[in-house]
Design a protein around this ligand. Structure first.
Ligand SMILES: [Zn+2]
Ligand SMILES: [Zn+2]
Length: 261
């Protein structure tokens, strides 16, 4: 933290810690406000270097439903005493864990809100129906879960913070999106080859090529729930520049490879 004010960096870190999870735009705004710096990724890299000795880091993840990038302050090693645990009662945590497992075991990476609510009746000690409803609402607003059209999905904060736990409980058996190669819980499944794609990866591919086809078998896909993608923001996003190639780059590379054969 030599080039920037240490106090400013601490303040920036505190804002991220205090808010628990912030969108890429919010982090960018805070970086400008506190540090007068436009590259929040550069600031975060600098802070993460200082945090590595205490096994914590500010990390990003993409919301599977919208493609929006979020940041959270998380442990970098598997730590049984996760921060979120202290905020909730044991019964609430049991409900959250049971919902996670139901989603992971589900065919398409989501369960209905009604099924999520009904899970509490199988737990002991159990929450009342109203308490379970409030708990699920809190978990959605904290982004441990997300909800859309009456269904409950894994939230972006869980994908940032809890992947080691999901991997351990499911022996790493996750679908990988054929466009970006990253694990995913929910996406669009090709009816021909069963490949599951991130909705936002398909959204970007469609925006770029005007076509909607399976990245693996090339069958036309009938995905109607793709998020609106702003190509300028997804191509220029600083969070995408942290060493991971963005999906558009990969599409180009694989396209070239096909022509050579
Ligand atoms: Zn993807
Ligand atoms: Zn396919």
């Amino acid at each position: 933290m030599s080039s920037r004010s240490t106090l400013g960096m601490q303040q920036f870190l505190q804002v991220i810690m205090h808010n628990e999870v912030l969108s890429d735009q919010e982090v960018s705004n805070e970086c400008v406000r506190i540090l007068g710096e436009r590259s929040h990724v550069r600031c975060i890299t600098e802070i993460n270097n200082s945090l590595s000795s205490i096994n914590m880091a500010i990390q990003s993840g993409k919301d599977e439903l919208t493609g929006e990038i979020f940041w959270a302050f998380v442990p970098t090693i598997k730590d049984e005493k996760m921060r979120y645990q202290s905020k909730y009662t044991q019964a609430q945590l049991d409900l959250l864990r049971a919902i996670f497992l139901e989603i992971l075991d589900s065919e398409n990476g989501f369960i209905s809100s009604i099924d999520a609510l009904n899970i509490q009746s199988t737990l002991e000690p159990r929450l009342s129906h109203a308490e379970a409803e409030t708990t699920i609402g809190e978990m959605v607003s904290s982004k441990w879960l997300s909800s859309k059209e009456g269904n409950i999905y894994i939230g972006v904060r869980s994908t940032i913070e809890l992947m080691p736990f999901f991997r351990a409980s499911h022996h790493d058996e996750f679908n990988a999106c054929p466009i970006c190669d990253r694990s995913l819980f929910h996406g669009h499944k090709c009816e021909n080859c069963q490949a599951v794609h991130h909705l936002y990866c398909l959204g970007i591919a469609k925006k770029r090529t005007g076509m909607l086809e399976c990245f693996k078998c090339k069958k036309t896909l009938n995905a109607t729930d793709l998020p609106c993608i702003d190509l300028n923001s997804s191509r220029g996003s600083q969070a995408e520049q942290d060493g991971t190639p963005s999906p558009p780059i990969k599409i180009k590379g694989k396209g070239k490879k096909r022509k050579e054969h």
